[in-house]
Design a protein around this ligand. Structure first.
Ligand code: SF4
Length: 463
């Protein structure tokens, strides 16, 4: 590869959540528009970018390790840039943690990646450069024409907003991203139409808080309106999946929209974080437990086959045995399909750090394991209830005579899979009769004939 060609190559490593993945894709799109080309090999690039995650300690360490690794590999003609949430939150500390970083650009200014690269190339001194907007600045709304989407196989994440205005005491996101900023509905709808044209089968709607969509645009029930607009404009996208709903904002209007819009999957991701009133109050989270019971009941009445995903934090400061027992009872009562349980992560700059009584790490881990043991029984039972049903399955891969896919009950990367014998066409949504259940995954047989073309040995999993 010529020196000139290499000069226009970038390597981008995306860490963290699906929202960060979209920011990475947007930065990649802007670099492409500026004549750069992406490469999967850092040795072939002159611009190395790590889109970091700074949410909790474990994620920060992963980001620092990635930067250190690239800094160690970095050649004299290569630039190393730290972007994303850790860059935004810690600025110059990032360079102290990973010497060799040439530039630090905040997650709120991802859209300035191209001028920032040019500025770094023009600098006359080895000192790192910083592009970090001040506290008050929200995430930039000038997207410079970059799509706010990330296509993965036949699915695509579509970001409808950025930032968050909620007061959750354990969370640093509002400090990192600033307050909630909704994207213009016409831009979102145009991206959905473009994804439809690209043959996307599943649209995954994301933001820090999707249920807050439109409040800053003067829209009432903005999310419902937006979902209807997307479904109207992109009728050929079979699946629309809703993630990151905030408790207290799953309105009757939203439930009705989900239940009456065929493309919207009977699936809802609603992080609840805990099930005991007092813990939720200390978390500065909606603590109206009755609301959760009533809303789950309403959701299931409107969509009897609904799959609910949620997440819980165990070991939150001050969490007593009685509060944890309350959480266990809550989980047993409401029988969620999918649960992620995390141990509380001490975050110095958040209000939760000031709570006197911090739960010992071993107690946190024991509670997480105990809660997940309860949930595994529930998950298995809810999976067993699928046996005999015919579920549409989006085919995502196959190998060794087996096809791997997901049903409406499975969001990518975090939920289960459906395993089917034979080799089904990638990207197709095929009806499968479920004939077996495991804790997280299902097995089944396709209702359509499967071409028995493959030989069993020397077949690799081809996602
Ligand atoms: S809703 Fe709460 S937990 Fe979620 S991003 Fe906002 S502040 Fe953080």
């Amino acid at each position: 590869m010529s020196k000139q060609q290499k000069k226009k190559q970038f390597y981008l490593l995306s860490l963290g959540c699906s929202k960060n993945t979209v920011d990475s894709e947007s930065m990649a799109a802007l670099l492409h528009n500026a004549g750069f080309r992406g490469t999967a090999d850092p040795d072939d690039a002159t611009v190395l970018i790590v889109n970091t995650c700074g949410f909790i300690e474990a994620a920060r360490q992963e980001s620092i390790d990635a930067l250190r690794e690239l800094a160690a590999l970095k050649g004299p003609n290569q630039l190393l840039i730290a972007a994303g949430c850790m860059a935004q939150r810690y600025g110059s500390e990032v360079v102290a943690w990973a010497p060799g970083v040439d530039g630090v650009i905040g997650t709120r200014r991802w859209m300035d990646i191209v001028p920032f690269v040019r500025q770094l190339r023009r600098r006359k001194h080895p000192e790192p450069l910083y592009h970090l907007p001040d506290e008050a600045t929200t995430v930039g709304t000038d997207e410079k024409g970059a799509p706010r989407t990330a296509v993965q196989g036949h699915s695509a994440y579509l970001k409808i907003a950025d930032g968050c205005r909620r007061p959750c005491a354990f969370c640093a996101i509002p400090q990192i991203k600033g307050t909630h900023v909704s994207r213009a509905p016409e831009k979102i709808v145009a991206e959905a139409v473009a994804l439809q044209a690209a043959g996307v089968q599943e649209l995954i709607i994301i933001a820090q808080d999707t249920t807050d969509y439109g409040h800053d645009l003067g829209m009432k029930n903005g999310l419902s309106q937006l979902l209807r607009m997307i479904a109207m404009a992109a009728p050929d996208i079979p699946w629309i999946r809703l993630m990151y709903a905030y408790p207290g904002y799953v309105t009757d209007e939203l439930i009705e929209t989900m239940a009456t819009t065929p493309q919207i999957l009977p699936y809802l991701d609603i992080p609840l974080q805990h099930g005991h009133r007092e813990t939720l109050q200390r978390m500065r989270r909606p603590a109206n437990i009755e609301w959760v019971y009533n809303t789950v009941e309403k959701l299931r009445a409107a969509m009897p086959t609904l799959a609910i995903r949620t997440t819980f934090i165990v070991g939150y400061p001050g969490e007593t045995d009685e509060e944890f027992a309350g959480l266990k009872q809550f989980v047993q009562d409401l029988q969620f399909d999918r649960v992620g349980a995390f141990t509380y992560s001490y975050e110095a700059s958040t209000p939760s750090a000031t709570v006197a009584w911090q739960v010992p790490q071993e107690v946190k881990e024991a509670r997480r394991d105990e809660l997940m043991a309860i949930q595994q029984q529930i998950s298995l039972a809810r999976n067993q209830a699928q046996v005999g049903r015919v579920l549409d399955v989006l085919v995502e891969g196959y190998g060794d005579g087996l096809t791997i896919g997901r049903s409406y009950r499975d969001a990518p990367e975090i939920d289960g899979l459906v395993i089917v014998p034979g080799e089904l066409p990638l990207g197709e949504i095929v009806p499968v009769r479920i004939d077996g259940a495991m804790t997280y995954d299902l097995t089944g047989v396709p209702l359509t004939a499967v071409p028995q073309t493959i030989t069993l040995q020397n077949v690799q999993i081809t996602p």
